[in-house]
Design a protein around this ligand. Structure first.
Ligand SMILES: [Zn+2]
Length: 169
């Protein structure tokens, strides 16, 4: 019997979307507000989430993401872009109030080749930096000290947020 292939290229976006969504921790976090403390979700604003990165490059590494599962900045509307930008300011403020970094790296990674661990869901990294911190991860990566430290850090951020009306959007 002759095989007939269905040609339906418009489905590839949908299929890819399903595959990516199933394993998307940001979407999981969006759907589970009761687990915010376990998931280290710091703030929920109208259009975005701010959370601690569970695999931090540095102590206090935050992620800002739209609640919508989108890949690119071109898929955001003006309100979402404005809110994410304001959340950068609020994130730097909460870090300055608590862990007092000497500097920050702020940026997006688009695609796995660019270092994105979760390429399907747009997110912005806020990485606090200190003079001479480059060896931090070599010393602490993968130890239990980090996970305990992250919960303490989360609680510090929560307290500072409440005291300073952050994110204040
Ligand atoms: Zn997602």
């Amino acid at each position: 019997m002759k095989r007939i292939n269905l040609w339906a290229p418009w489905r590839i976006g949908y299929i890819k979307g399903l595959a990516e969504k199933r394993d998307c921790f940001i979407c999981d976090n969006v759907k589970n507000p009761v687990s915010d403390s376990d998931n280290l979700v710091l703030w929920r604003t109208g259009l975005s989430l701010v959370m601690l990165n569970k695999f931090p490059y540095n102590n206090g590494h935050l992620l800002i993401a739209p609640i919508q599962h989108v890949f690119g900045l071109d898929e955001l509307n003006d309100s979402q872009m404005l809110e994410i930008t304001k959340l950068i300011v609020a994130s730097q403020k909460v870090l300055n109030l608590t862990v007092k970094p000497h500097g920050f790296n702020v940026g997006f990674n688009f695609g796995r080749c660019a270092g994105a661990g979760l390429p399907g869901h747009l997110h912005l990294h806020i990485v606090p930096r200190w003079d001479g911190d480059t060896n931090f991860m070599d010393v602490c990566a993968g130890t239990d000290v980090i996970s305990q430290g992250m919960k303490d850090l989360y609680n510090q951020f929560k307290t500072a947020s409440a005291q300073n009306n952050l994110p204040g959007l």
